[in-house]
Design a protein around this ligand. Structure first.
Ligand code: GLN
Length: 196
């Protein structure tokens, strides 16, 4: 019997979308690069990659994708990593900027500071993640990452680092402040695929 893979879009305007496409494939999905509203409408879920959230906003505006993306977020699952997490929050600090409010979060951009702004850490996800995604620590790559300063009551924290949430979900949406696409551990992407 042919296996139908889930069609997962990766917003491919800027940032490390190629690494996400590989991670989606590794997790068993079909990765589709998304640059137009038509491509967006052809996918069942969407990953917004890391990169520079301000640049992504500019490009979304230029490509007339703000409205289509807002409509997509209202009905289908979206997973944002790092800059993608910033775009999906309800409130952005440092400085404040436009965002899609898919998850009830306040995020502070570039919150780890300049000198030690990038690092690789081993994090221990909570029981909910272990049950649904598999056991064991996750290697988390942080690159000029935001810090989630507030989570609303509807948000579930799946993993924390240094006392701050770094992997969270709210309903069909998920956000990571680190880069699961930069390791060959497919558990985080598989967890997102399970939401589609
Ligand atoms: N610092 C970036 C921003 O504010 C995010 C960095 C990343 O995605 N790795 O958009």
């Amino acid at each position: 019997m042919p296996v139908t893979r889930k069609r997962v879009g990766v917003l491919a305007l800027q940032g490390d979308f190629d690494a996400h496409a590989k991670a989606i494939t590794l997790a068993g999905g079909e990765a589709v690069e998304v640059r137009t509203a038509g491509q967006l409408n052809s996918v069942q879920g969407l990953v917004i990659p890391g990169g520079e959230s301000t640049t992504m906003l500019k490009l979304l505006n230029m490509m007339n994708l703000i409205e289509p993306l807002a409509e997509f977020v209202a009905t289908r699952p979206v997973f944002g990593t790092c800059a993608g997490a910033i775009l999906l929050a309800t409130e952005v600090l440092n400085p404040s900027q436009q965002s899609f409010g898919a998850l009830d979060l306040t995020v502070e951009r570039n919150a780890y500071g300049r000198q030690i702004d990038s690092r690789v850490a081993s994090i221990s996800p909570g029981a909910e993640f272990q049950r649904r995604a598999g056991e064991g620590d996750v290697e988390a790559v942080f690159i000029r990452a935001p810090i989630i300063r507030r989570v609303g009551p509807a948000v579930t924290v799946l993993a924390s680092y240094d006392g701050d949430p770094v992997l969270v979900e709210q309903g069909r949406h998920m956000v990571a402040t680190f880069h699961p696409e930069l390791t060959d551990d497919a558990r985080v992407h598989r967890l997102f695929l399970s939401k589609i």
